[in-house]
Design a protein around this ligand. Structure first.
Ligand code: SF4
Length: 443
């Protein structure tokens, strides 16, 4: 006997305004089609009606309000999007029954609103894609992108040319995605962007409702909310702005992992200036000290570029001294390479390859020594470890402590851990250490 599949919801669309709006409508419908929705040519056959509005002129606003009114009268289940969506209060005042209002180009939000108002019936025959979307990482950790692009113009980087200035995602959309990921089994969220600490500068005046309260688009507010959703939240690519200080108490409270990935890139003032990065290395040392006072277990990861054009031996020694004092937990170093299109390529005094190599070796030797000592100090302690792999034959397992991000930091190798499962977060007694990794046994 043939299995009858549940029929998908049908979406009607009223598209007003200019060709750009029409393209937006097409994109929204294409996404909804690929999500399995069907289209309805009339109000009567639609489970939900989208009105893509124009708000450019007063006459266009009037036309939009009339179209919303008609859709409410004919169908009743209406989502409004498009340029006029910016004036959500005007729309809601006039039509309190609209299900959701989103602005122009907010495809993700309008598609999310349709999913919420008219969910696809679950079917094992058609739902090949899990609710949280396709993931390239294991189920227990997920990358969560919060913005795209960057407002800085570091001389060695072409990301702003490729991706443009920073564009932040709405906090409620990020939090919804985080919630879906956690429902699908994620234990650790890895927050990424080009510049996590700048999150929200472009949409600061647009707080969004989430679970009955407003969330301001700011790194601290977002980190706090994410901390309520996922057991572990890890912040990557944090630019050392002063307001980064505000997330340290969240780490001390246990809402966010005591881990900061801050690419300092260098310590010498003149090199940082040439790189067009903030040059306040002495302040940074003070801040590291105060962060460690508030949250003694904080792990700082950073990356540095050696052999940047014009870097003198004095600049380099300054970097080594700074690193000795900063005692960072994890350090990655790169030899400067000119990237096509980067402003740094035009700088005078390029550093010969053999000098770059020699400096690279010196920085790696120093940071390895610091890492060995820091990891040795953890022997005898009990640390929380997230399990990445279990070897059923040997009874061993591999995981990471709060100080270790996947792929880039160290690991914790466990013995007698066959009873643990991937994604478990378990206390582990640390028995040994080496340059990168820890070794232990479940407590
Ligand atoms: S290095 Fe980072 S902060 Fe600097 S321009 Fe590139 S993306 Fe922006």
């Amino acid at each position: 006997m043939a299995t009858v599949l549940p029929s998908p919801p049908r979406v009607g669309m009223v598209s007003l305004g200019c060709p750009k709006n029409l393209v937006d409508s097409e994109r929204i419908l294409t996404k909804l089609r690929s999500d399995g929705y069907e289209m309805s040519p009339d109000y009567a056959g639609a489970d939900i009606v989208l009105v893509n509005t124009c708000g450019f002129l007063d006459s266009a606003k009037e036309e939009s309000l009339a179209a919303i009114g008609e859709a409410i009268a004919e169908n009743g289940r209406v989502i409004v999007t498009g340029c006029f969506g910016k004036e959500a209060e005007v729309i809601r005042d006039r039509f309190p029954d609209v299900l959701a209002v989103t602005g122009a180009h907010q495809y993700e939000e309008v598609v999310g609103a349709v999913h919420e108002a008219a969910p696809m019936p679950p079917s094992p025959f058609v739902n090949l894609v899990p609710e949280a979307g396709l993931k390239l990482t294991p189920r227990h950790y997920s990358y969560l992108k919060i913005s795209e692009g960057c407002n800085h113009r570091c001389a060695f980087c072409i990301i702003p040319q490729l991706r443009g200035d920073l564009v932040s995602r709405r906090p409620d959309a990020i939090l919804r995605e985080a919630e879906k990921l956690v429902e699908a089994g994620t234990k650790e969220l890895l927050v990424i962007s080009q510049d996590t600490s700048a999150y929200g500068v472009d949409i600061r005046k647009e707080p969004r409702m989430w679970k009955g309260h407003e969330v301001v688009p700011h790194m601290t507010d977002l980190a706090r909310e994410l901390g309520k959703i996922a057991p572990w939240v890890r912040l990557h690519y944090v630019y050392p702005y002063p307001h980064v200080d505000q997330v340290i108490p969240l780490m001390a409270e246990g809402l966010v992992l005591p881990y900061l990935d801050i690419p300092f890139q260098h310590a010498s003032r003149s090199v940082l200036r040439a790189m067009r990065r903030p040059a306040n290395e002495a302040k940074v040392l003070e801040r590291l000290k105060s962060w460690r006072e508030i949250c003694p277990d904080i792990a700082i990861r950073s990356t540095f570029v050696v052999g940047f054009p014009g870097e003198t031996e004095d600049d380099f020694r300054y970097l080594l001294d700074w690193l000795e004092e900063a005692q960072l937990d994890r350090v990655g170093a790169f030899r400067f390479e000119p990237v096509e299109g980067a402003a740094a390529n035009a700088l005078p005094d390029p550093i010969p390859e053999e000098v770059k190599e020699e400096r690279y070796t010196r920085v790696m030797e120093l940071t390895a020594r610091i890492s060995i000592a820091k990891l040795a100090a953890k022997v005898g302690r009990t640390l929380q470890v997230i399990i990445d792999a279990v070897d059923s034959e040997t009874g061993g397992a591999t995981g990471r402590s709060m100080a270790d991000a996947p792929e880039i930091d160290g690991e914790v190798h466990l013995r007698d851990a066959g009873h643990l499962a991937v994604g478990d977060i378990a206390p582990v007694v640390i028995e040994e250490s080496d340059e990168h990794d820890l070794f232990g046994v479940p407590a």
